[in-house]
Write a protein of this length. Structure first.
Length: 420
């Protein structure tokens, strides 16, 4: 989750989440034709207006849209008709989401959803007060270095950086039991450091189990199981999924309640759970606003759309003249009259003669994506929080972080551009 400022207003069970992660990793890039990109752009420009849903029902407005798409985007009648049909689907999906009580709104970008948190709302003011308090407790030189050079400027703009004090294998300690609330982290002790390999994980767990069993026996306890088994990856199947690197970001554990509210079960890296308890409350409320958005985004990922305009390379190219290699005669490399320069000139002429036909979409068919979104309610999740003063949010994560989706909250909005 990124919390940032902006100069322009933006528009399961564990097995299910793992499936979504695998889908994210395995998703192949499907190249869109130029025609499809133009149709997407035309649709986005229409949906960028707040009253597009009302205008969609007006035949005169639809005719005007079609005329504009044909004139300004050079779309064919069939391509423009596809855009209009797709708009009716988007309206249907948005109506279903609103009727279900969700605050999620379709954006003009595929698989991106948004919601508005007014600047004068209690939540926005609560976060800004918590942020002001946090900035007031930072070292005095945090912003004084801002004009020294670009390096220190970038440092100053990162208010909460997940890369700072991240998990380092063979160095970061492991807590003796799982946390149930952030403040508990201040009182828990560690039993060792995070192992750097799967074999080291297994050995560390065996040593811990033996140590805990000995302690229980000395205390006269019959409890053979240890608390560590509830949160350390101790089984072979899970260990096989671990890919230890040199370091990882430290996520915070949260629980999503049935009503969508969020409770923190562990601390946020680089945010003190006691000194900035009000920031925890504000971020939890912001996260609760993003849960419906993440549910919609994950549903989109689980049911990716096919290309609007499938492209068949062989059938979309016309060759008025034959390739020189098929002409024989002086173009045959085994012919005594063969000349490299003549052959190259013929190749250039052949390439220039190739005609790339513009494909048209088929009649619009609603995507297989279900209207009802995948639910994150009553589930434990992990989040990485970054708070930055940059106007352009940037999340420099790596594939090893296993991040499925990103939510961005803009706490300072300026320079709104009204729809024209």
């Amino acid at each position: 989750m990124i919390i940032t400022k902006s100069c322009i207003k933006p528009e399961a069970d564990l097995s299910k989440l793992e499936k979504l992660k695998n889908l994210y990793d395995a998703c192949e890039v499907s190249w869109k034709t130029k025609t499809e990109q133009i149709t997407i752009e035309a649709s986005a420009e229409i949906r960028n207006c707040s009253n597009w849903v009302d205008k969609l029902e007006n035949e005169a407005d639809r005719e005007q849209w079609i005329a504009d798409m044909k004139e300004k985007k050079s779309l064919t009648d069939k391509q423009a008709a596809y855009v209009i049909s797709e708009l009716f689907y988007y309206k249907k999906l948005q109506s279903f989401v609103e009727n279900s009580g969700s605050n999620a709104n379709l954006s003009i970008v595929d698989m991106v959803w948004y919601t508005d948190i007014p600047e004068n709302s209690d939540l926005a003011q609560e976060f800004n007060m918590a942020l002001s308090k946090m900035l007031g407790t930072m070292p005095k030189d945090h912003y004084s270095r801002k004009n020294v050079d670009q390096f220190f400027k970038n440092m100053a703009e990162q208010i909460v950086d997940p890369a700072l004090y991240s998990l380092v294998y063979k160095s970061t300690p492991i807590l003796s039991k799982p946390m149930t609330y952030p403040m508990e982290a201040l009182n828990l002790c560690s039993f060792g450091t995070v192992p750097g390999s799967i074999d080291a994980w297994k050995q560390a767990i065996r040593n811990l189990n033996a140590s805990m069993a000995k302690r229980n026996k000395e205390n006269g306890s019959d409890q053979s199981e240890t608390a560590i088994n509830s949160f350390v990856p101790f089984n072979e199947e899970y260990l096989g999924l671990i890919d230890p690197k040199e370091r990882h970001w430290l996520p915070a554990d949260i629980y999503v309640n049935k009503d969508g509210s969020v409770d923190f079960k562990s601390y946020i890296n680089n945010i003190h759970p006691d000194e900035h308890a009000d920031m925890y409350k504000a971020i939890a409320k912001i996260l609760s606003k993003t849960i419906p958005l993440l549910e919609q985004a994950l549903t989109d990922w689980e049911h990716p759309r096919d290309l609007r305009i499938p492209y068949d390379y062989d059938n979309c190219l016309e060759f008025p003249i034959k390739h020189p290699s098929k002409l024989g005669g002086k173009y045959d490399i085994y012919n005594t009259e063969f000349d490299d320069e003549v052959y190259d000139e013929a190749i250039d002429q052949w390439r220039e003669s190739v005609i790339n036909t513009t494909p048209d979409p088929e009649n619009f068919v609603e995507p297989e994506r279900p209207m009802a979104a995948y639910s994150l309610r009553n589930k434990n999740l992990q989040v990485v929080v970054e708070i930055t003063d940059k106007t352009e949010p940037y999340f420099p994560s790596t594939a090893s972080e296993n991040i499925i989706a990103t939510a961005v909250y803009f706490y300072d909005i300026q320079g709104r551009n009204p729809c024209t």
